[in-house]
Write a protein that binds this ligand. Structure first.
Ligand code: BV8
Ligand code: ZN
Length: 257
């Protein structure tokens, strides 16, 4: 079985020389944890139209349905664990002067796996707040929701929503600016497990490349980003990333001795 570094010499050479590495992740990095992706055949969106549920308008029209959908997704996430892809990325971090995980995911699994520098472009499903008084709402308040009844803020009776970015909503100010700065300085950007269809997030890997980064994609199939990348590695993130991290660790330890 050819070694990772023999199959991807350019990527390993670039990573070995890199000071700044950025990783851009999507739902595919959590797929092997058992969390459905958005656009694969069994993806979450297949059952619902994105516009139907992940928008403020849908929420105001049918808050109890949107709250129930997020409660269902939180329950799935609480049962799942980080997979080898998340762990391999957390193990990569110490090898570089700067290593940032810029994620579109809202499942907190990168942080659970030990990644320190994580930017959540689309927020987190584990945080909820009242749309009127902005008070953070405890998850159990939401879990007590009665069938068909929207959950209201205990303080002001406002509706409670997840702290995620819905379609038509702008990304958290600081997060997108910080992610943009990071990708402009990246020597290497790894795009992992994303269809790269959602903007402005999907612009980030392209911005990295425009600023001189070596752009590699790890995905089980080609994505909208594929035409722009220097290299596409087809396969499962949970199988490829441990090999990548092992190859980088071996090469960097060898150069340090
Ligand atoms: C904005 C959080 C404006 C919520 C999400 C036309 C009409 C309407 C809107 C638009 C339009 N054109 C552009 C837009 C804007 C819109 C957009 O991009 N729409 C797309 C669909 C065309 N964007 C927005 O609305 C954004 N806001 O533009 O605001 C604005 C600007 C200024 C001021 C005010 C307003 C906000 C977008 C954020 C939406 N929120 N999520 C929630 O989670 O419920 S998006 C959602 O999709 C997730 O965050 C997810 O990250 C994102 C992208 O999906 P992926 O992560 O890539 O997942 P996907 O399933 O698609 O792909 C998985 C990939 O992994 C696949 O390729 C698969 O092959 C691969 N894979 C599977 N298994 C594995 C694997 N790879 C490796 N290993 C495996 N094991
Ligand atoms: Zn309130």
């Amino acid at each position: 079985m050819a070694r990772f570094e023999d199959k991807h010499p350019e990527l390993i050479a670039r990573l070995t020389q890199a000071a700044h590495v950025a990783v851009f992740t999507g739902a595919g990095v959590s797929a092997e944890s058992g969390i459905p992706t958005f656009r694969d055949e069994e993806g979450l969106w297949q059952k619902y139209e994105p516009q139907e549920l992940a928008t403020m308008e849908a929420f105001l029209n049918q808050p109890e349905v949107v709250q129930a959908w997020y409660k269902h997704r939180r329950a799935i996430i609480h049962e799942k664990k980080p997979n080898p892809a998340h762990h391999a990325l957390a193990q990569l971090e110490p090898f570089f002067q700067e290593f940032a995980v810029i994620t579109q995911n809202v499942d907190n699994l990168h942080q659970e796996a030990g990644s320190k520098n994580v930017i959540e472009l689309h927020g987190s499903i584990l945080r909820n707040y009242c749309v009127d008084c902005k008070q953070e709402a405890a998850e159990q308040t939401l879990n007590q929701m009665a069938e068909g009844q929207p959950v209201q803020c205990p303080k002001c009776k406002g509706l409670i929503r997840p702290d995620v970015v819905w379609f038509g909503e702008s990304l958290p100010q600081g997060a997108f600016e910080k992610a943009s700065q990071i990708v402009c300085q990246a020597d290497v950007l790894l795009s992992i497990g994303t269809s790269a269809v959602v903007f402005p997030a999907a612009q980030l890997p392209i911005t990295a490349k425009e600023h001189g980064a070596y752009l590699a994609e790890i995905n089980i199939e080609r994505s909208d980003l594929s035409p722009f990348v220097d290299e596409t590695i087809l396969g499962k993130a949970g199988e490829i990333l441990p090999d990548l991290t092992a190859a980088v660790s071996k090469r960097i330890s060898a150069t340090n001795n």
